[in-house]
Design a protein around this ligand. Structure first.
Ligand SMILES: Nc1ncnc2c1ncn2[C@@H]1O[C@H](COP(=O)(O)OP(=O)(O)O)[C@@H](O)[C@H]1O
Ligand SMILES: [Mg+2]
Length: 255
């Protein structure tokens, strides 16, 4: 098996096609960042890959192969066995994704029970995402966590069953700059230590470039460029990529 994920898909809402033959391959252990502006189709792509787009009213055509298994023809129960187990999904914001009244240990237990693929080691998992692994933390409610802690907890839940691929849709956009840097570093560490392939979706080319092996640029539902971060920064080919690179903030200090 040569790739973790390999897809070519189009997606529509009603008669409007918003993803046009978007294709990519992610190798084992690779971090690929998919960068595009708001509205370019990033979340549509993430939901399409998870075969969840119909819940948002969208239709997907094409092929999606995960570790050699074609997902587009899989039954819903087959997909449920894949979601959360072979693909770990990290959503954008803990505030929208975690029931704020549930305790950390309950969230961990529920996620573990969804597949029960291995013996539960909640404390080890919390440590691996640099969260406190003591009883006081396990007894906290999700609503009592900082946004950064909540995001780390979402990453822990996504990692629980040892997925081959982490699919993260703007996982740092709700965070302040310092928490953002910490979570980005955490993704890099998870990749190095566990070998997990990562599809990292972001609107921010600058912040993802440092952890990515490859950057794919999505513009109006089309992949317009793909390359190493260095190549994309130094020699952007597509006019949109050039615009994106030129628009990146540069620090100029007064004399
Ligand atoms: N449920 C929906 N129905 C109709 N159009 C949608 C729906 N969700 C998203 N869109 C449209 O699809 C395009 C891509 O949206 P989205 O994938 O959310 O972009 P991104 O995540 O890059 O901001 C946008 O033009 C958006 O308005
Ligand atoms: Mg989005």
């Amino acid at each position: 098996m040569s790739s973790v994920l390999d897809f070519r898909i189009s997606a529509s809402y009603g008669t409007t096609e918003v993803l046009h033959q978007v294709a990519a391959t992610i190798a084992p252990g690779e971090i690929v960042s998919l960068v595009g502006l708001s509205g370019s189709g990033k979340s549509t792509l993430a939901l399409a890959l998870l075969r969840l787009l119909r819940y948002r009213g969208g239709v997907v055509t094409g092929n999606i192969r995960l570790e050699g298994t074609e997902l587009t023809t899989l039954s819903e129960s087959g997909m449920r066995a894949i979601r959360g187990r072979r693909i770990g999904y990290v959503p954008q914001s803990p505030g929208l994704s975690l029931n704020s009244r549930l305790r950390v240990e309950t969230l961990l237990d529920e996620t573990w029970r969804a597949h029960a693929s291995r013996s539960a080691n909640h404390r080890g998992l919390l440590e691996s995402v640099q969260l406190p692994a003591d009883t006081a933390f396990l007894r906290k409610r999700a609503g009592e966590l900082s946004t950064g802690q909540g995001q780390r907890l979402l990453i822990a839940l996504a990692l629980m069953h040892g997925p081959a691929l982490l699919l993260a849709d703007e996982p740092t956009s709700a965070l302040d700059a310092i928490a953002q840097a910490g979570v980005l570093q955490l993704f890099g560490r998870i990749n190095r230590e566990r070998g997990t392939a990562i599809l990292f979706i972001s609107h921010d080319l600058l912040s993802v470039a440092g952890i990515s092996h490859r950057v794919d640029i999505l513009h109006e539902g089309r992949l317009v460029e793909s390359g190493s971060p260095a190549a994309v920064f130094r020699t952007p080919q597509h006019p949109f990529t050039r615009q994106l690179v030129a628009a990146m903030p540069r620090l100029t200090l007064p004399d």
